[in-house]
Design a protein around this ligand. Structure first.
Ligand code: ATR
Length: 296
């Protein structure tokens, strides 16, 4: 038997042409000298239940799953991990003893990026030190909230335009999450230890995120999961107030690592070259992630 048979993996979504995942995984395949490939595969929602088993039958080791399949794909799994069940979405599929398993690496990606940045800052800051304000209550917010609670953040103040969506998410963690009105998003920053935007506001082509950071304490850390642009208006404003910031690109890179490990048996690193490749499309063209002051 040929034990060095090429391993095939991919990302499924609709549309899928914009996905950065092929860049990331093919970079690692090359870097670790592996025999394999990773493709973007467009599957329309109506075709998902037929096509996914066919692809596994063709020998694929697994897939990343993106919009709009993250919830629908759960019904096609033989089993979902505890983390995927608790977040309510699957972003990674792999096989275990012939069974299709769905898991979710978004919370890992978010927390890993945050913790790498906090270590990099080299100042004393702990997420457990006070309340975290989370803007948004969509799919990304669910993973972020899960990650923050697992990390031991004492309280989450959840602020979403549609309050009922925030309340539905808070219902699973009534002791730890307080829901606030969308128009209170600037006021709730008083006494906050951490702020993260998980909405699509501030992304290229979307509406601006209107928020005033004046009330934020000087040690509050500000993160955005939007990474186009890399420096969102939220992060620029935070920098103007001398607050520490964490950009969104690292979540994308770190969530890919445990997925790659499931298929290729190597937990890859996020290296500078990968950051450049994903941000600028080529190596040597752009900035590094952080400058010497610990901000972007
Ligand atoms: P994702 O899976 O990326 O989180 P989503 O589930 O569609 O995407 O969630 C998008 C988030 O951005 C939601 O919190 C949404 O608020 P609503 O629940 O009120 O829709 C938020 N969002 C999008 N456009 C917004 C806008 N113009 N103003 C305020 N919030 C907005």
């Amino acid at each position: 038997m040929n034990t060095r048979e090429a391993i095939r993996a991919g990302v499924i979504g609709h549309p899928i042409a914009h996905s950065k995942s092929p860049l990331i995984h093919n970079h690692w395949i090359k870097r670790y000298g592996l025999s394999g490939s990773y493709e973007a595969i467009d599957i329309a929602p109506d075709d998902l239940s037929k096509k996914l088993p066919q692809l596994f039958d063709e020998g694929y080791a697994g897939f990343n799953v993106t919009i709009p399949h993250k919830e629908a794909v759960m019904d096609l799994c033989d089993d979902v991990t505890d983390v995927a069940a608790r977040i309510g979405a699957v972003n990674t599929l792999y096989k275990d003893e012939g069974r299709i398993i769905g898991t979710n690496t978004d919370a890992f990606g978010f927390m890993e990026n945050l913790n790498v940045a906090i270590r990099h800052f080299g100042f004393s800051y702990t997420l457990q030190n006070g309340p975290a304000v989370v803007l948004g209550a969509g799919g990304a917010a669910k993973a972020v909230v899960y990650g923050l609670l697992e990390e031991g953040v004492p309280e989450i103040i959840l602020v979403n335009r549609s309050k009922e969506k925030a309340e539905a998410l808070a219902k699973n963690h009534p002791a730890a999450i307080r829901v606030a009105e969308w128009d209170q998003r600037s006021a709730v920053l008083e006494g906050a230890n951490f702020l993260v935007n998980t909405t699509s506001l501030g992304m290229d082509g979307k509406d601006a995120l209107e928020i005033d950071l004046r009330a934020a304490p000087e040690n509050m850390l500000v993160a955005d999961i939007v990474y186009t642009p890399l420096l969102t208006d939220l992060l620029k404003q935070a920098r103007d107030y001398d607050l520490r910031i964490v950009t969104g690109i690292g979540m994308l890179l770190h969530q890919a690592r445990p997925a790659f490990e499931k298929w290729f048996n190597i937990l890859p690193d996020v290296d500078d070259r990968l950051e450049e490749l994903v941000l600028w499309g080529e190596e040597g063209a752009g900035l590094s992630f952080y400058d010497e002051s610990g901000t972007v």
